[in-house]
Ligand binder design. Structure first.
Ligand code: IMO
Ligand code: MG
Length: 422
């Protein structure tokens, strides 16, 4: 049986999942998204053209690859249609796109609610992407959500009306802008018509494809430390971007999973609020941001930057059963005079090697670093691990030793080809 390989974020997102998916996707028949929504932003550079994907699995760029959006994804149809159109304009064939009947739909009231909830949080803002992700997942679990298939159901109008009325009462209560039922109904009926050709039972489809021996790559969104259960709650997203979410978000079973690739950067970044032990809120962080172009693909926000945290990375390996790591931006980190690697958290005079999601403990944790010196030689043309500068090899081997998993892919530049495969 062909196994499904999964690509997941190991830190706080934006690890460069797109690049590795692009590499693996070239050999896949099917690209799958199972989690998150258009809070994700996956950039890929092909022939010096930059594509940013929010909902459609980026594997669709490979000719003939089927792209499936699974039931665990929350879909803003407006964004999805824009993405479809933009791909079509660039000559990409999207006839191979499939959308789950069971995926939940984001409505304008979810976006307004996201904005409202952030505002009510006062000084404890999460820094969400304000794409309506959290409120849409809340409705799903509250069981008032509207799924893709409901857009075509006889009672769609009734379901929508009930939700709009309820949300408007909430908006009125807190002095936020009310939404217009008629407008939304009309808009979403049009969206439903446009998307109809892609909608299908993706669970049945996936199992059929596996039976046919098709190679499937699952494209994770967000990341381990943004997980609602395993991340730094409440500064997380409203879903499980970890391995469990891949199963529940697609209908695949554990026996069908093959490699679990954990994507990471040679340094780290976080966008949005919340604890971040190795953050460099100083000129080092500014330098990393500029060298690594660390500005959000979705919200354009400058990302918080810092050193690589092996305590967190090993946690991601444990939670997800990561079998191999993919490290991006080795070229970037080598440009620093001194590269630091966090190998422990010190709290109250004691050193911990195990991650904690407790906010107070995280805020108190002082990183214990090992240091490496930078190397300014150009590594973008290197394709063999042995040809890397000594310091780079040592850095990589130390990471592997600490987390117990091999680093199989190493990004040495932004381009599609700039990668070392071991
Ligand atoms: P990709 O797939 C980085 C962060 C937001 C915020 C928190 C909650 O590109 O790695 P949400 O809108 O999900 O309710 O926001 O999660 N966040 C991400 N950060 N990369 C992402 O996706 C993210 N998706 C959500 O910044 O802190
Ligand atoms: Mg991103």
């Amino acid at each position: 049986m062909q196994k499904v390989d999964v690509v997941l974020g190991s830190f706080y997102g934006d690890e460069g999942k797109g690049k590795i998916i692009d590499y693996l996707g070239a050999k896949a028949d099917v690209a799958l998204r199972a989690t998150g929504g258009n809070n994700a932003g996956h950039s890929i550079e092909v022939d010096s053209k930059k594509y940013v994907f929010h909902l459609i699995p980026s594997g669709i760029l490979n000719e003939g690859t089927m792209a499936i959006i699974g039931n665990g994804v929350v879909i803003d149809p407006k964004v999805l249609i824009e993405e479809i159109n933009s791909l079509k304009e660039n000559g990409v064939d999207v006839s191979n796109l499939r959308i789950s009947t069971k995926a939940h739909v984001i409505f304008p009231y979810h976006i307004e609610e996201d904005r409202m909830l952030e505002s009510l949080r006062g000084s404890k803002k999460i820094g969400t992407t304000v794409r309506g992700i959290g409120p849409c997942y809340c409705d799903k679990y509250e069981r008032s959500g509207i799924r893709i298939e409901d857009l075509y159901a006889k009672n769609f109008q009734e379901l929508l009306k009930r939700n709009v009325e309820k949300k408007n009462k909430l908006f009125a209560l807190y002095g936020f802008e009310e939404v217009d039922f008629e407008e939304i109904y009309k808009e979403y009926t049009e969206y439903a018509n446009i998307l109809k050709e892609y909608v299908t039972d993706t669970v049945t489809l996936l199992h059929k494809l596996i039976k046919e021996g098709k190679k499937i790559i699952c494209e994770g969104a967000q990341a381990t430390l943004l997980d609602i259960d395993f991340g730094s709650y409440p500064y997380v997203t409203s879903s499980n971007p970890t391995i469990g979410g891949i199963l529940t978000g697609s209908g695949l079973n554990p026996k069908q999973i093959g490699e679990v690739y954990g994507v990471m950067k040679a340094y780290s970044s976080r966008v949005g609020a919340g604890p971040y032990v190795t953050e460099q809120d100083n000129e080092i962080g500014d330098l990393i941001r500029e060298l690594g172009h660390e500005y959000g693909a979705t919200t354009k926000r400058p990302r918080r930057c810092g050193y690589l945290d092996l305590v967190a990375l090993r946690y991601a390996v444990l939670i997800n059963g990561i079998t191999a790591l993919c490290m991006n931006h080795l070229d970037t980190v080598l440009k620093l005079d001194t590269i630091k690697l966090c190998v422990g958290y010190e709290r109250d005079g004691e050193i911990f090697e195990d991650f904690t999601t407790n906010e107070e403990e995280l805020l108190k944790s002082v990183p214990v670093y090992e240091e490496f010196s930078g190397d300014l030689s150009d590594i973008s043309q290197i394709r063999d691990f042995q040809d890397l500068p000594e310091v780079a090899k040592k850095y990589i081997e130390r990471i592997e030793e600490f987390v117990g998993v091999p680093i199989k892919f190493i990004g040495v530049g932004a381009g599609r080809e700039e990668i070392i495969v071991r």
